[in-house]
Design a protein around this ligand. Structure first.
Ligand code: PEP
Ligand code: MN
Length: 371
C-alpha cells in the first residue's frame, strides 16, 4: 500500500496527513463505465487506488450480483490505461485466486465475509507467500474483537500490508445513516493496532450521497488514515448503491474541500451538521430504550398481578438504582443527574403498572427488538 505522505516538517504544528484515497464505483458494470470513471478520477491526482466490486454480496438473491470474473479484465485495462492501482472485494478462495491472476494490487474482505472465521482463515491461507495487500472491512456487528481477530489472521499469514476499512455497523431501526458509525470502534482499533491504517468508507456509512462529505471529514478529524469513496459517472443509474455514489465532479470537489481544510487546519468548521445527525440517532436510541423499558415493565405488572404481589418492590428498585449509578459513574455521568432521571423513569413505570392500558405506544414507529 502506498505510504501516507506529507509528514509535517520538524517543529511544524501537527496536522492530519493527506489521507490515502480509494475511489471508484460500487460495482463494475461495463468496460466503458470503469474507464470513464477511472479517467476522471486519475485526472484529480488525488486517487491512490481505483475500486470496483466484481462479485457483489447482496442481501437478497436476485439483486445484481456483479459482472463476475470478466470484469477483472476490465479492471486490468483500467490499470494499464490510467496507471491507477486497482482493488476489488473477494469473498471466496476462488475469488482470491482470480484476483491474483489479474494482478490486482489490493483486495478487500467485505463486511458480510469478515464475520466467518473459517472463511477468513481459508482466505488468509490462500494469500500466504503472495504480494497483494489486504483491507479488512469491519463486520456488520459492532464487535471490535471480531474485526481485530480477522486482521490478525491475515497478519499471521504474512500478508505484506493489512489495513482496515470502517464502513459502519448494522443498526436495527431506520436511521439517518445506512450503517451507524460508532466511531469509538475504529478509533479503538487504532489504539489496539496502531500500525494498521484504518480507512473510512463514508459511502457505506451514509447510504446517501448528501452525508458523504460530512462523514469523510469526521473520519479524518478522528485520525483515520484514508478514505474509500464510491464514485459513478451516473449515480442514479448505478446497478448497486445508487443513492450513495458521487459523480466524479462531486468527488473532485470534495477532495478540494478536504485538501483546503487540511492545509488551513480549519477542519472543525462544519462538523456541526454531522454531529447533530449523530445526536439525532442517539436520541432515537434513548426513545427506543425507554419504550422497551416501559413495555417490559407492563409485562412485569402482569406477572405481579397474577402472583398477587404489590406493584412497588422497594428492594428491587434500590438494586436497579445502585446498578444505574455505578454504570453511570463508570461512563462519566453525574450521579445526581442519573438519579433524577431514573426516579422519573421509575415514577412513569409505576404509573403505567398501576394503570395498564393507559399509554398508547402502538404507533410509535419505534421498532422493538422484541418484535
Ligand atoms: C462495497 O464496498 O461495495 C461493499 C459491498 O461493502 P460492504 O462489505 O461494506 O457492505
Ligand atoms: Mn457499495
Amino acid at each position: 500500500m502506498k505510504k501516507l505522505q506529507n509528514k509535517p516538517p520538524p517543529g511544524a504544528k501537527a496536522r492530519p496527513l493527506m489521507p490515502l484515497v480509494i475511489a471508484g464505483p460500487c460495482s463494475a458494470e461495463s468496460p466503458r463505465q470503469l474507464l470513464e470513471t477511472a479517467t476522471a478520477l486519475a485526472a484529480t491526482g488525488k486517487v491512490d487506488y481505483f475500486r470496483a466490486g466484481v462479485w457483489k454480496p447482496r442481501t437478497a438473491p436476485g439483486s445484481f450480483e456483479g459482472m463476475g470474473s470478466k470484469a477483472l479484465g476490465w479492471l486490468k485495462e483500467v490499470k494499464q490505461t490510467t496507471g491507477l492501482a486497482i482493488c476489488t472485494e473477494v469473498g471466496s478462495v476462488k475469488h482470491v485466486e482470480e484476483a491474483l491472476l489479474y494482478d490486482l494490487d489490493m483486495i478487500w474482505i467485505g463486511a458480510r465475509t469478515v464475520s466467518n472465521p473459517f472463511l477468513v482463515q481459508d482466505l488468509a491461507d490462500t494469500l500466504k507467500g503472495t504480494n497483494i495487500s489486504v483491507m479488512v472491512k469491519n463486520p456488520m456487528a459492532p464487535d471490535l474483537d471480531l474485526w481485530a481477530g480477522s486482521i490478525e489472521r491475515f497478519r499471521h499469514a504474512g500478508v505484506r500490508q493489512v489495513s482496515a476499512i470502517h464502513r459502519g455497523f448494522f443498526y436495527w431501526t431506520k436511521s439517518l445513516f445506512r450503517n451507524h458509525p460508532w466511531w469509538h470502534i475504529p478509533t479503538g482499533l487504532k489504539e489496539r493496532m496502531p500500525d494498521v491504517p484504518v480507512i473510512c468508507d463514508p459511502s457505506h456509512i451514509a447510504g446517501d450521497r448528501k452525508l458523504v462529505p460530512l462523514l469523510a471529514q469526521r473520519g479524518l478529524e478522528l485520525g483515520l488514515d484514508g478514505l474509500m469513496i464510491e464514485v459513478h459517472p451516473e449515480p442514479d443509474k448505478a446497478l448497486s448503491d445508487a443513492a450513495q455514489q458521487l459523480t466524479p465532479a462531486a468527488f473532485a470537489n470534495l477532495m478540494e474541500q478536504l485538501g483546503e481544510r487540511i492545509k488551513n487546519d480549519s477542519h472543525h468548521d462544519n462538523m456541526l451538521e454531522e454531529l447533530r445527525a449523530e445526536v439525532d440517532v442517539v436520541d432515537q436510541v434513548l426513545i427506543w430504550a425507554l419504550s422497551n423499558r416501559m413495555k417490559l415493565a407492563g409485562e412485569i405488572a402482569g406477572v405481579k398481578s397474577s402472583q398477587k404481589m404489590p406493584i412497588l418492590q422497594p428492594g428491587r428498585w434500590q438494586q436497579v438504582m445502585a446498578n444505574a449509578l455505578s454504570k453511570a459513574t463508570d461512563a462519566g455521568l453525574r450521579p445526581g443527574f442519573v438519579k433524577q432521571l431514573f426516579d422519573h423513569i421509575h415514577h412513569e413505570s409505576l404509573s403505567q403498572q398501576q394503570a395498564p392500558g393507559v399509554p398508547k405506544r402502538k404507533k410509535s414507529g419505534i421498532h422493538s427488538i422484541f418484535g
